[in-house]
Design a protein around this ligand. Structure first.
Ligand SMILES: O=C[C@H](O)[C@H](O)[C@H](O)COP(=O)(O)O
Length: 285
């Protein structure tokens, strides 16, 4: 491994270990495990705490990769739809950890660079607390606005809807949306854990509500740029789009105060491993 690559891995590991130390408590019983290369170190951090710590916990995956990680680590595996039901509701996960492709200054995320986003969003919103972890190539993913460094939004679509979804995306201002290829590992399209395809849709940098001028005409746009939550809402209205890689809106703490528990998509904190070995923690305002 080159020294640059090993620096990236050390940074991911540092971010993951600190995130687990600060947010996984011995009292926790249900824990969400996301997807991607950084989450591998989240599982390592949990295992490092020892069986007395993690033995009473059950781990909920976000796809086939994280299921494999949980199994290989010898942690107790379950599924989102197999949690105990109390008072007619599935119990909330105590915490969920996941990676991210880009994080803006309000902790909105782009996810899905590795074609996992749908189950990740279901796990994130089922958790009382959602924590994002990222590192070096990943800390460059920390930007004031989404679509600044990670230039496309991954969108999961029903395969037969792809041609029409592409047309609608172009009409919404995405210059060159494209179905993601499975190459080099798979000929043809990239197929998700849910049997869907991914469209990568470029958009100009996404605005935050505070960027919308008072003269905004109600379209959720300024000078051709979309506000992140407004774009998310419009995308989810397009028939054929199953889910999008924008995790936006409010976090778990805000959801509790708004009475919208079970709707939070944003993390309460993002941990970025940096090139000098330290970890930069971005907290919700
Ligand atoms: O589709 C993949 C997931 O959303 C990942 O969590 C995201 O792409 C970050 O992955 P990594 O930790 O490998 O940078």
């Amino acid at each position: 491994m080159s020294s640059a690559a090993s620096l990236v891995e050390s940074a991911k590991k540092a971010a993951a270990f600190q995130a687990v130390d600060e947010h996984l408590l011995p009292s926790h019983r249900f824990v969400g495990i996301g997807s991607g290369s950084t989450v591998v170190y989240v599982v390592d951090a949990i295992v490092a705490k020892g069986p007395d710590f993690y033995g009473p916990m059950t781990f909920i995956p976000t796809g086939s990769q994280s299921k494999g990680l949980i199994r290989a680590a010898g942690l107790k595996l379950s599924n989102l739809d197999e949690r105990p039901v109390v008072d007619g509701q599935s119990v909330a996960l105590d915490v969920a950890f996941d990676g991210a492709d880009e994080v803006d200054e309000d902790l909105n995320l782009i996810k899905g660079g590795g074609a996992c986003l749908f189950q990740e969003k279901l796990v994130a919103i089922a958790a009382k607390k959602f924590i994002a972890v990222a590192a070096v190539k990943d800390y460059r993913k920390q930007s004031p606005r989404l679509c600044t460094k990670w230039l496309t939004i991954p969108i999961e679509v029903l395969p037969l809807s792809a041609p029409d979804v592409l047309t609608r995306l172009r009409a919404m201002g995405s210059p060159k949306p494209a179905v993601r290829s499975g190459l080099p590992s798979k000929a043809g399209e990239c197929v998700t854990d849910n049997g869907m395809w991914i469209i990568d849709a470029p958009f100009p940098p996404l605005l935050l509500p505070k960027d919308l001028s008072s003269s905004e005409d109600g379209s959720g746009k300024n000078a051709g740029k979309w506000e992140v939550s407004r774009l998310a809402q419009e995308l989810l209205r397009v028939p054929g789009i199953v889910e999008i890689g924008l995790f936006h809106g409010f976090n778990g703490n805000q959801a509790v105060s708004l009475g919208q528990v079970g709707q939070a998509q944003k993390p309460v904190a993002a941990y970025f491993g940096t090139a000098d070995g330290s970890v930069d923690v971005q907290l919700a305002a």
